[in-house]
Ligand binder design. Structure first.
Ligand code: AMP
Ligand code: ZN
Length: 467
């Protein structure tokens, strides 16, 4: 099945064409590890995970690379503000290394809780400073970079295609210029490749370079690291929609400028934002919702994943706790149905590759990752008059892409994770039965049922399972 994806560059849905048949090199801009990722950030990583799983299910060998930005990302995506890592060092009184480790671990933990497959490579910016310096040198040799006031800047006037991703030309950029004036820059939209002079005297993360001791700009990190793992041209580059006008625009200018080859990346995919009616999605405001917030409030992180799967990645998704409750109920119902099917059907029957429902599900994903439609196919399939084992096999095939752990209920119960309030009543019921107090035993059985569990008396004792 041909996979078609919306390419931000061409502004069209196009059949995926890869450089090497059957292989996809995919780069995703990763987290800046100066704080926890918020659930909006995680929406973008969930969309990228669905993309990777869909490609793998379609038979592609995917090489998935995601960077960890542990230096150079200023508080604005343009060259303004302070380095986010340095701000965090001051806030938390720790070294940059400790902060990066702490928030990288937190990010990986959250991603795992959301069943996001770990990228094959997660390079840290601070491990690739040499590659960045090499690329800046190449840009200098080609006359695309200039030194001024101690810093090295990219000269956007020398790159004819500047702004092609966002569809902006230099004139409209100039008209919309709103950024802080840096007197060293020839044009306000030139951007720093290397800083030796910053406004911040206490910049602690610095490296030797041909231009003096300093640190890299943020955009050069992604150009250098993606090429290091995926080659000078590769298939797919993803990120959130906010990266189109500045970060990805600048990445293209650097990469195509350095190699002279175009296109650097064949297909650009951007995920729309998760939005709330409050300011809870802004890290700079200091208060935002993370996966830990959801866990503390008693939600399964996969309920959040389910919520995300219900919206198309190219549309904004509104977040509210009411919507999350709805998603949690939907997920719970799916898992109950699966448990029920397992109890009735036993083993699943793997669907044939051309099973109409499987084709339909895959067809929706192949149509620019239409996950909401694919999810509707899941529900339709569950209502169909087909054998339970066939249904179960289909659901497992769907879940390989959805990543919702639809088996979770049984696993929990097998692992003895029956809630303590149920277990207390099971114990009291056993006491009542020993005392031959049948009325009390029946009352407790009803209470257990009201909590969603049944209890069966066997020669080995009471066996508890979810209804
Ligand atoms: P950052 O750590 O700020 O570089 O962001 C990590 C990723 O999350 C990037 O791909 C951003 O484009 C994306 N992102 C930021 N805010 C949101 C949001 N509210 N909804 C979805 N994605 C977002
Ligand atoms: Zn990037």
């Amino acid at each position: 099945m041909t996979i078609a994806l919306y390419n931000t560059m061409s502004r069209k849905i196009e059949p995926l064409e890869t450089i090497q048949p059957g292989r996809v090199g995919m780069y995703c801009c990763g987290p800046t590890v100066y704080n926890f990722a918020h659930i909006g950030n995680m929406r973008t990583y969930i969309f990228e995970d669905i993309l990777r799983r869909s490609l793998e299910a379609a038979g592609y060998a995917v090489l998935h690379v995601m960077n960890i930005t542990d230096v150079g990302h200023l508080t604005s995506d343009a060259d303004e503000g302070e380095d986010k890592m340095i701000l965090a060092m001051r806030r938390e009184g720790k070294t940059a290394h400790d902060i990066a480790d702490f928030y990288t671990d937190a990010f990986m933990r959250h991603a795992q809780a959301l069943n996001i497959l770990r990228p094959h490579e997660c390079p840290r910016a601070t491990d690739h400073i040499g590659d960045m310096i090499d690329m800046i040198r190449r840009l200098e040799e080609k006359g695309l970079a200039y030194s001024a006031g101690g810093n090295v800047y990219y000269d956007i006037a020398r790159f004819t295609d500047y702004g092609k991703l966002a569809g902006t030309d230099r004139e409209s950029l100039r008209a919309g210029a709103r950024i802080e004036v840096d007197r060293n820059k020839r044009s306000p939209h030139d951007f720093a490749l290397w800083f030796t002079q910053s406004k911040f005297e206490d910049q602690e993360m610095t490296w030797e370079s041909p231009w003096g001791r300093g640190y890299p700009g943020w955009h050069i990190e992604c150009s250098a690291m993606s090429m290091c793992y995926l080659g000078e041209q590769f298939d797919i580059h993803c990120g959130g929609i906010d990266h189109v006008p500045v970060h990805h625009t600048n990445e293209i200018a650097q990469s195509e400028g350095a190699t002279g080859q175009s296109p650097w990346v064949k297909t650009w995919l951007h995920g729309e934002f998760l939005v709330t009616d409050s300011a809870k999605m802004s890290k700079s405001s200091g208060e935002f919702t993370t996966i830990d917030t959801l866990i503390e409030r008693g939600y399964d992180p996969l309920a959040y994943r389910y919520l995300c799967l219900g919206g198309h990645y190219r549309q904004q998704l509104g977040f509210s706790y009411e919507a999350l409750d709805g998603a949690a109920n939907g997920l719970e119902s799916l898992r109950r149905i699966v448990l029920n099917l397992k109890q009735k059907a036993g083993a699943p029957t793997a669907p044939a590759a051309d099973h109409p429902r499987l084709r339909e599900f895959q067809g929706h994903l192949a149509d620019d990752l239409n996950m909401p439609r694919a999810l509707a196919t899941v529900w339709t399939t569950l209502k169909e008059p087909i054998p339970d084992s066939e249904k179960l096999g289909l659901v497992y095939a769907f879940d390989a892409i959805m990543g919702l752990d639809l088996d979770a209920l049984e696993e929990k119960e097998r692992a003895g994770e029956v809630p303590s309030e149920v277990m207390e009543r099971v114990a009291k019921r056993a006491e009542a039965r020993n005392a031959r107090d049948w009325a009390e035993a029946d009352r407790l059985r009803d209470e257990i049922a009201a909590l969603g569990y049944t209890v069966k008396d066997t020669p080995d004792g009471a066996q508890v399972s979810a209804i």
